[in-house]
Design a protein around this ligand. Structure first.
Ligand SMILES: [Zn+2]
Length: 201
């Protein structure tokens, strides 16, 4: 859980880059939703590996959880309003569509697991078929020689993505505000033309 904010960097950057197909708030907030598993673990299974309490940090159950979470974000009105309000506050165009929110829930959870399975040994990516973490094992090396570097690398990449996201977001807002101003100018010019035509007649 203390690592959850790091996920906002890569998730936010990916969501903004693919915003045409991905629901940005659902994709980014999937990081918070899935890490509720860690809180469940602290409450109900203290001492147990933190990413195994409800099997949300797995490809199969993670997808199911992501689909339910995405549907809930659309179906529960205050949550949908939260998505709409946050995007209107961000200045980017947005429309809540159920299928896109469900898909974004699944992809958002998988994106989270993709980062976690590199950083945390206890993520059971292929549960129930495998109980270990083959990705972590492969990346960390046979004698754990890359353990320290691997964690540093994940954290540094997440921070770099945070910076990339901030720059990209600033650029997008600028593009959309310029586009909005142009559309308003065109509408105003059209209105003036119609008014002039009516006045001359
Ligand atoms: Zn996690």
């Amino acid at each position: 859980m203390p690592y959850t904010p790091y996920h906002f960097g890569p998730s936010g950057l990916a969501a903004l880059a693919f915003r045409r197909w991905i629901d940005v708030p659902v994709f980014v907030l999937a990081n918070v939703a899935i890490d509720c598993e860690v809180i469940l673990d602290w409450i109900f299974q203290p001492g147990w590996p933190v990413h195994q309490a409800a099997h949300f940090h797995t490809l199969i159950f993670g997808a199911l959880f992501g689909a339910v979470y995405g549907a809930a974000m659309y179906g529960i009105r205050p949550l949908r309003l939260l998505c709409e309000w946050s995007m209107s506050w961000s200045g980017l165009p947005y429309r809540a569509i159920m299928t896109r929110m469900i898909l974004s829930g699944i992809l958002g959870v998988w994106a989270h697991i993709a980062v976690d399975c590199i950083h945390h040994e206890d993520v059971q990516l292929l549960w129930p078929f495998r109980l270990d973490n083959p990705v972590w094992k492969w990346m960390v090396g046979a004698r754990l020689e890359h353990l320290h570097d691997l964690r540093n690398w994940v954290v540094t990449t997440c921070i770099a993505c945070w910076c990339g996201m901030a720059i990209y977001y600033g650029w997008l807002v600028d593009v959309f505000s310029v586009r909005k101003q142009r559309i308003e100018a065109i509408r105003k010019a059209r209105r003036n033309t119609v008014e002039n035509v009516l006045a001359n007649n």
